[in-house]
Write a protein that binds this ligand. Structure first.
Ligand SMILES: [Zn+2]
Length: 244
């Protein structure tokens, strides 16, 4: 190999390296573009949803259902319970999230695995966005069972696909107690609304934001009875129309 050949060889190698880099660069570019595409900002009236799907193979149909449910349910919950709540919410579909979904401040993270295996359980949106509406803050004196009970009551009252998801309030049983949380507490709240205390959920929810739950004194203030007395009355006649 003389000097001229050696120089040609170097130029060729450099050219190949350059092309190689370019090809790699080109191959990576569409992926970067589509990951930006995965964040959508959707605005309808006063309400905005930032929607980020981090799971590459996640169903477009489920994405759309989650988006539609947000715009249907969240404004209704805000109107009923907390008109001042944020109008800007973020949904994230996370392929690494274990469990069902979780909410912190104005962001809901959905498990891609759970939603893929439970595509009709769309009212996870209703339960989780009710937590945003609740906005009780980090230091609140609402018991966790009541916070979750109110979120499931909201799902029962405002849900769009509960029946299709096989979700309903459970039958009353003597083994239950009001602080069993979630659907058991929700059924108790629904019964209170039906049995002469219409609007009590709205008042309890407001007490969460006002920090006036006062170790449960509020039950007596709102109904004239303690929570134990209310639960006793419920357990003696737990009938609720259109519910188990
Ligand atoms: Zn919850």
């Amino acid at each position: 190999m003389n000097n001229t050949n050696s120089l040609r060889w170097s130029i060729l190698t450099a050219l190949m390296l350059f092309l190689g880099t370019s090809i790699t660069g080109l191959a990576q570019k569409p992926a970067a573009v589509s990951s930006t595409d995965k964040v959508q900002t959707i605005k309808k009236g006063k309400y905005t949803l930032v929607f980020e799907c981090k799971a590459p193979l996640f169903s477009q149909e489920i994405n759309q259902k989650l988006i539609d449910t947000y715009f249907k349910v969240y404004p209704a919950l805000a109107n009923q319970y907390n008109k001042k709540v944020t109008k800007l919410v973020t949904f994230v579909i996370d392929p690494d999230y274990d469990g069902v979904a979780g909410t912190s401040n104005d962001k809901v993270v959905f498990s891609a695995k759970y939603m893929t295996s439970h595509p009709n359980d769309i009212d996870v949106v209703t339960h989780e966005t009710m937590h945003i509406v609740q906005a009780y803050g980090d230091e609140n004196n609402m018991p966790g069972w009541l916070t979750e009970g109110i979120a499931d009551y909201a799902r029962y009252a405002y849900g769009v696909s509960n029946e299709k998801a096989g979700w309903s309030l459970p039958k009353f049983s003597a083994k239950q107690n009001y602080d069993n949380s979630y659907r058991i507490t929700a059924r108790f709240l629904a019964w209170l609304e039906y049995s002469g205390h219409k609007g009590i959920v709205k008042k309890l929810d407001q007490a969460g934001r006002d920090k006036t739950y006062d170790n449960g004194e509020i039950w007596k203030k709102l109904t004239g009875k303690t929570i134990d007395e209310l639960w006793l009355a419920y357990s003696q006649n737990p009938t609720l129309p259109n519910v188990n």
